[in-house]
Design a protein around this ligand. Structure first.
Ligand code: PGA
Length: 254
């Protein structure tokens, strides 16, 4: 039941062509130096950089992902990008339901569920994000919120091959604040329990659950060595190749 650690970079709305290509090349060079890393690497640049980053990653064991997707394969949806387009651009993954999309674009669990299901149809893996706000944490509702998000946003045909869950406490994203390792393990174990109820124990045990929120080289080991933490979704620190690679190296899993 080995779950391969996933080190995923979410570049968010950062990077013009030259920076993005330089960053991808630097990551690719470092990953190549690692020979056969024990973990899987992924970068998720903005849509405009997907094809050039794909080229820059050539020959390196680094997967390509996007940060969002529409649930329709094509049609009259101005400004949106379809799962088939992402597949065509060389993506293997797509992030759905990031808290910034839930907040900025009022995305519901139902919509995120449709996006993930559409991603599977196109042969993409979905990274489905969940996580509580500070108010929810302070009200003691962390597990309930995560449970509701899982039940609502994870499709019924999700399994360990097409889905990764990312637990990202909203208050830890980009703030430098993090939960304790005990808190993270408690939530991840609870999430796996909910997944087991929804999808069966076998699927739940094969599904990777990433931690995200102010992951840095200095705290990588603390979080990534927890039994139910199967990798990291990294924002700010993924914009520097050295930090991104240091997280992988320090994690003890790669
Ligand atoms: P951060 O972002 O690493 O900058 O906190 C994580 C994320 O939002 O995926």
């Amino acid at each position: 039941m080995a779950r391969k650690t996933l080190i995923a970079g979410n570049w968010k709305m950062n990077g013009l062509l030259a920076d993005g290509v330089d960053l991808a090349k630097a990551v690719a060079a470092e990953v190549k130096k690692m020979g056969k890393p024990g973990c899987e690497f992924l970068v998720c640049p903005p849509f405009t950089l997907l094809t050039s980053v794909k080229k820059a990653l050539r020959g390196a064991k680094v997967a390509l992902g996007a940060q969002d997707v529409h649930f329709n394969p094509k049609g009259a949806h101005t400004g949106d990008i379809s799962p088939l387009m992402l597949k065509d651009a060389g993506c293997q993954y797509v992030i759905v339901g990031h808290s910034e999309r839930r907040a900025d674009h009022k995305e519901s669990n139902e919509l995120i569920n449709k996006k993930a299901a559409a991603a599977y149809e196109a042969g993409l893996k979905a990274i489905i994000c969940i996580g509580e706000t500070l108010a929810e944490r302070e009200a003691g509702k962390t597990i309930d919120v995560c449970k509701a998000q899982i039940l609502g946003s994870v499709p019924d045909n999700a399994d360990g091959t097409n889905t990764v869950i990312a637990y990202e406490p909203v208050w830890a994203i980009g703030t430098g604040k993090t939960p304790t390792a005990e808190d993270v393990e408690e939530v991840h174990a609870a999430v796996r329990k909910v997944l087991a109820k929804k999808l069966g124990k076998g699927n739940a045990n094969k599904m990777r659950i990433l931690y995200g929120g102010s992951v840095k080289p200095g705290n990588a080991k603390e979080f990534l060595s927890l039994p139910d933490v199967d990798g990291a979704l990294i924002g700010g620190a993924s914009l520097k190749a050295d930090d991104f690679i240091a997280i992988a190296k320090n994690s003890g899993q790669c």
